[in-house]
Design a protein around this ligand. Structure first.
Ligand code: HEM
Length: 213
């Protein structure tokens, strides 16, 4: 991956992680969202806080996990960050996100979009974990690329939504569309990337571009 793309991806991830920490750590619950969403959040306070604060770990740590330099120089740190990424971010954040999907704003289309995202996030995380337990580094890397592409939905949702509203699409229509747009294209790009590139970032990747796992 080009260095500029990698840095942009990392900065966007850290930016949204920072937004979530400030908005949910320092302000009353739901201050920055639609009043109907706020009502759902207040009714499921524990789940939304668990979702936001656990998922932030994935968004904040994910970009560093793809650094070949970090993996080769500090393998123990990569392993610990991976445990936090998968254990807190994906497992807790994904289960709480799956629960919150039942109350998502925008009706059944939004609920299904977020539920499918949560299931995909949990599934790819499990596959990445099982692969590394089996010492299959290539498969682990490929599942982690897919998993982080799904975590990155937290970023793309916050790009699609203002873009849709700014182009005149009413919020009530934009939101259910964005519940799918925030992750389906990410997954397509991840698959394209896995087919066309053997490298995440830096020279030490062991990936095989044509591998099918
Ligand atoms: C990838 C799996 C994820 C799923 C399935 C998911 C699901 C959800 C759902 C269902 C909601 C409630 C939306 C509504 O009521 O309409 C929500 C809100 C939220 N999620 Fe996630 N989410 C995911 C990833 C993340 C990540 C990685 C973050 C990291 C920052 C995050 C941060 C938030 C925040 C801050 C909110 C509150 C809404 C806002 O302030 O914009 N989510 N998520």
């Amino acid at each position: 991956m080009q260095r500029a793309s990698y840095v942009t991806l990392a900065l966007l991830s850290l930016g949204v992680a920072g937004y979530a920490l400030v908005a949910y750590g320092l302000f009353p619950l739901g201050s920055a969202v639609h009043p109907d969403m706020r009502a759902a959040f207040v009714a499921h306070r524990g789940a939304i806080y668990a979702h936001v604060f656990a998922s932030v770990a994935a968004l904040a740590l994910g970009p560093f996990q793809f650094s070949a330099k970090l993996r080769s120089r500090r393998p123990a740190l990569h392993r610990w960050m991976g445990r936090v990424y998968l254990g807190s971010g994906v497992l807790v954040g994904g289960l709480a996100g799956l629960y919150m999907s039942a109350f998502a704003f925008g009706g059944v289309v939004s609920k299904l979009g977020f539920a499918a995202l949560a299931v995909g996030w949990l599934y790819t995380g499990l596959r990445a974990y099982l692969a590394i337990r089996a010492r299959d580094v290539v498969a682990h890397r490929r599942w982690m690329v897919r998993n982080f592409a799904l975590a990155f939905a937290a970023v793309t949702l916050r790009l699609w939504l203002p873009a849709a509203v700014a182009s005149g699409v009413p919020f009530g229509l934009a939101y259910p569309a964005v519940a799918w747009l925030c992750w389906v294209p990410n997954l397509v790009v991840a698959e394209w990337f896995l087919r066309h590139s053997g490298r995440i970032h830096g020279p030490a990747s062991t990936a095989e571009p044509g591998a099918t796992k």
